[in-house]
Design a binder for this molecule. Structure first.
Ligand SMILES: Nc1ncnc2c1ncn2[C@@H]1O[C@H](COP(=O)(O)OP(=O)(O)OP(=O)(O)O)[C@@H](O)[C@H]1O
Length: 303
C-alpha cells in the first residue's frame, strides 16, 4: 500500500522552534516522495476529528512531532484507526521515543519513519485513562504539576523543578494489591513504567520492555534523603535487581517488579501524572496493561 503521512506538530512542546522542525520535516519528506500533510496539535488532546481524513484519504502513518503528552493523546484518540504511529522527538523528556530507540535528531528520527519498520507495542490504563509511557505517583507527580505551571518547558525547567521539590519531599502511604499479594508501604514515589525511563534516558525502570505485556513497578520507599539519592541512582544504573512478583521483599529501599495489573490505595492522595501530564490524584488506582495496542515505527532492533 502506498504510504501517506499526517504529521501532528505540537507548537509548545519542548523548547525547539517548531517552524524550523516543520521546515526540516517538509524538506526531508519531499525528498522521500511520500505524500504528507501537517496538522497542529490541539490543547484538548482529542484527535477524533482526523478519523474522517484518515479513512477517506487512506492515510497510513500518523507522525507526532512533540513530547510524550502529545504522543499519548494522539495514540489514545486514534489507535483504532488503520495507521502506524511515528515520533519525531521534540518534547522535554521524550521518554517513549528514547525508550524505543528513536534517535534524538530530527533527520535521523525521520529516517526511522521512512524505513517503515513498525512493531506492535503495549500501552496501559490508569483508572481507564490511557498511558503509553509512564505514570508517576508522589514525587514526580508533584514535579509534573509544577512543570505544567512553569512559563518555559524543556529539560532545564524540569531539572529545576526536581531540585526545588527534592528538599521538601515527604513519603506518602500506599497499599499495594497484586493478585497474590498485598502490602502497605510509605514511599516517596511509585513509577509505573511501560517505557524504561522518565525521559532524557533517565532509566528508572531499566528492565522495562514496550512489548512484554507488563509494566515495571518501581517503589522508592521511605528513607533518608542521602540514601534516597544513592538508591535512585543505583536503580537508574540497573544495579537494583528485579524481584519476583510472588516474592516481593517490601523492606527494600527500592522495590522493583513487573506485573500486568496492580491496584494501589493512595491514602495520602499523592500527586499523579500520566505520560508527563498532571492529573488529579485518585485514592484508588487500578492499572492494567493494554497489550499490543498500537504500531510504533522504530529502527530495526530498536525495542
Ligand atoms: N496547540 C496547542 N496549544 C497549547 N497547548 C497545546 C497545544 N497542543 C498541545 N498542547 C499541550 O501540550 C502539552 C503536551 O506537551 P508535550 O508532552 O508534547 O511536550 P513536553 O511536555 O514539553 O514534553 P514531554 O512530555 O516529552 O516531557 C499537553 O498538555 C497539550 O495539551
Amino acid at each position: 500500500m502506498r504510504r501517506k503521512i499526517i504529521y501532528i506538530v505540537n507548537p509548545v512542546s519542548g523548547t525547539s522552534s517548531k517552524d524550523g522542525v516543520q521546515n526540516t520535516i517538509a524538506a526531508e519528506t519531499l525528498k522521500s516522495g511520500i505524500p504528507f500533510q501537517f496538522f497542529p496539535s490541539v490543547a484538548n488532546g482529542d484527535y477524533a476529528f482526523l478519523e474522517e481524513t484518515i479513512l477517506t484519504e487512506k492515510i497510513t502513518d500518523i507522525v507526532i512531532a512533540g513530547g510524550d503528552g502529545t504522543v499519548s493523546q494522539v495514540v489514545d484518540s486514534l489507535m483504532q484507526m488503520p495507521v502506524q504511529f511515528g515520533i519525531v522527538p521534540c518534547g522535554s523528556g521524550n521518554g517513549l521515543a528514547f525508550g524505543a530507540g528513536i534517535p534524538k535528531t530530527i533527520k535521523k528520527a525521520l529516517e526511522v519513519i521512512f524505513n517503515n519498520h513498525s512493531q506492535w507495542v503495549d500501552g496501559f490504563r490508569v483508572n481507564n485513562r490511557f498511558a503509553c509511557m509512564l505514570c508517576g505517583i508522589g514525587f514526580d507527580g508533584q514535579v509534573a504539576h509544577d512543570f505544567a505551571k512553569a512559563n518555559q518547558r524543556g529539560l532545564a525547567t524540569y531539572v529545576k523543578k526536581v531540585f526545588s521539590n527534592f528538599f521538601t519531599a515527604t513519603p506518602y502511604s500506599f497499599k499495594i494489591k497484586l493478585n497474590n499479594r498485598t502490602f502497605t508501604t510509605d514511599a516517596y514515589f511509585i513509577s509505573i513504567a511501560n517505557s524504561n525511563q522518565f525521559g532524557n534516558n533517565f532509566t528508572i525502570a531499566p528492565k522495562a520492555s514496550l512489548a512484554d505485556g507488563k509494566v515495571d513497578v518501581v517503589i522508592v520507599t521511605d528513607q533518608s534523603k542521602l540514601t534516597l539519592l544513592y538508591n535512585t541512582f543505583m536503580q537508574v544504573g540497573g544495579l537494583n535487581g528485579l524481584q519476583k512478583k510472588e516474592n516481593i521483599n517490601e523492606n527494600k529501599s527500592v522495590i522493583y517488579f513487573q506485573t500486568s495489573e496492580i491496584r494501589i490505595s493512595n491514602y495520602g492522595e499523592a500527586p499523579m501524572h500520566i505520560d508527563g501530564e498532571p492529573v488529579e490524584a485518585e485514592k484508588k488506582i487500578h492499572v492494567e496493561v493494554q497489550p499490543n495496542c498500537f504500531k510504533l515505527l522504530t529502527s530495526k532492533g530498536g525495542l
